[in-house]
Design a protein. Structure first.
Length: 84
């Protein structure tokens, strides 16, 4: 079972000037976990987005002109800011 990270404590220690490496060593927290807490705290909404082509196409029909157009579908992944 994974150990829960005390993000509030990590942020407090970072605020007091401790390095991520020092926090990981003294509090027995994995360095990558400290890094994830730091990145989540520094993250701004909409800062990270990924667009991926779905590979699917669809036909769009315009009632007014009778024109048929091919549309390519894309997916957008936007990370939300974490409240933890």
């Amino acid at each position: 079972m994974a150990k829960k990270i005390n993000a509030k404590l990590v942020l407090e220690l970072l605020g007091k000037g401790m390095s991520g490496r020092e926090i990981a060593r003294t509090r027995r927290i994995a360095p990558q976990s400290v890094k994830k807490v730091r990145e989540a705290a520094e993250h701004k909404p909409g800062q990270v987005m990924e667009v991926d082509w779905n590979g699917t196409t669809m036909e769009l029909f315009c009632d007014a002109t009778g024109e048929v157009a091919t549309a390519h579908l894309f997916k957008l992944y936007a990370q939300a800011a974490s409240g933890e």
